[in-house]
Design a protein around this ligand. Sequence first.
Ligand code: NAX
Ligand code: ADP
Ligand code: K
Length: 511
Amino acid sequence: MQILVTGEQMKQLDQATIQTMGIPSLVLMERAALAVFDCLRQHFSLKKTLVVCGSGNNGADGMAVARLLHLAGYSVDLYLAGNPASFTEEMKIQWQAAKNYQVSIVNNCRFSEYTTIVDALFGVGLSRELSGKYQTLVDAINASGVPVLAVDIPSGIHAGTGQVMGTAVRAAETVTFAYRKLGISLYPGTVYAGNVQVKDVGIYGASKGIYALDKEAISWLPARDPGGNKGTFGKVLLIAGSRNMSGAAYFSSKAALVSGAGMVRILTDESNRTILQQQFPEAMLSVYDSSMQHEKLADVLKKAMHWADVIAIGPGLSTSKTAEDLLQMVLTFRQSKPIVMDADALNLLAKRKDLQSQCDASCILTPHMGEMSRLADCTIGDLKAHPQEAMETLYRQCPCTLIMKDARTWIRTADGVYYLNLTGNHGMATAGSGDVLCGITAGLLAQGMRSSQAAPFAAWLHGIAGDHAAQEKGARSMTASDILSGLCVQLQMLDRKIARKEDTGENNYEK
Ligand SMILES: NC(=O)C1=CN([C@@H]2O[C@H](COP(=O)(O)OP(=O)(O)OC[C@H]3O[C@@H](n4cnc5c(N)ncnc54)[C@H](O)[C@@H]3O)[C@@H](O)[C@H]2O)[C@@H](O)CC1
Ligand SMILES: Nc1ncnc2c1ncn2[C@@H]1O[C@H](COP(=O)(O)OP(=O)(O)O)[C@@H](O)[C@H]1O
Ligand SMILES: [K+]
């Protein structure tokens, strides 16, 4: 698992290492510069390199990089953009060392003459919008078309929010130190950062931060009992679809089965019977019609819920009176069974605030930004600017596990642990994609995963399935069906890796 940190958290970690552990700042800096130097040698043309430095410690890293390149015999120019009056103590030392070693210093340069530019203008210390000469400089670097390596974070990207502060360097590669910064994990910062490498520089301790699942998440996949039967792997009830709306029921229930659940039952409007039976014969069906008496509807629902281990409600359900009754009854009859609430169930939950307090940690809500803005009573702008605050607000009124879907999906577990999902692509902004996530989440719960793991793992799995679909079909043209196909392939690959690991007794599946 990776840890994502804000600029403030990173500064605290730097200080703890320097002051508490007694590692001199310049030692950390030299390791940072060596990591950048290695990356430059591996991935960039070093025929003629320009290192652009600010006056803070990001600039000091840059000065050390220029010195290392110079000492290794590469052609390198150093451009000091920062004001010497604002030099940090480390910067004063690096500046003197660069001069002692006679690193070439330029005052005026044509950026396009270089084969590589190293951006060491601002790091996590960026505190305000770029303006004046800095803005002109960054725009000129971008206009040059020369590949850029950003030191720690592209200059102009806010380390905590990923926002562009006036303007920002567009890097091909970013070498970031100790922990991946949140700002290069969120949009738009992640685009400006290009490929990100996280390098150890000897920072002590890990801040609480925000977690991001990576390849190691494979170990979270629920183990399969070779002697199991379809009951062992769990039964999912999908309350989904409405009159003339069967697709959402199909995608969500199919995703639950593909994710490994043993059995799926769809409870839907009578009008969807034929189409679902033809489209998805593996699913069992229970139906209702909107003219049904309340007692009769309750009987049908109770029977289906009694059968199920996990209930998912909402995809394509509509916000009709019947749908509202169903949601209310699900929350009343559920005993302690886990529930996934998606789409229209969330719209109903936003309207029926009285139902929110009936939710608990084993309920997972999967709102997209529109649904979340209705649930948390705020604008989408507020959500994007302060995602964690909005999730905290919602948790106080509705104490559930939360998957807040967007280009970067946030997860908040009921015990307050945050994840940011880094898998997936813009091709997933396609009808039915969210239904697939709802089904994956329910399928994982059915196999015994706790909500606190199922939520982040489902988002991660959904993303790698989407990445596979984008590879096969292209992000522009892929559909929710392709995400389902990608899910099959990715799960098969994960299972193979686990089997290989078990066969060889290896701890690291990459070996
Ligand atoms: N010993 C340490 O503390 C280490 C620091 N490291 C590097 O140090 C960086 C952080 O250094 P600093 O905290 O000195 O901060 P930065 O070097 O990111 O920049 C801070 C300076 O820029 C000025 N500034 C901020 N926003 C500005 C704007 N919009 N326009 C003009 N000036 C602006 C500030 O007033 C300050 O002088 C990290 O990103 C990393 O690259 C690494 O070398 C690891 C060790
Ligand atoms: N640009 C993007 N990058 C990565 N994932 C995305 C992007 N856009 C959308 N997604 C994902 O696609 C899914 C869309 O869900 P949703 O909006 O509920 O769709 P639908 O209602 O059509 O099923 C979410 O899981 C979301 O995180
Ligand atoms: K930088």
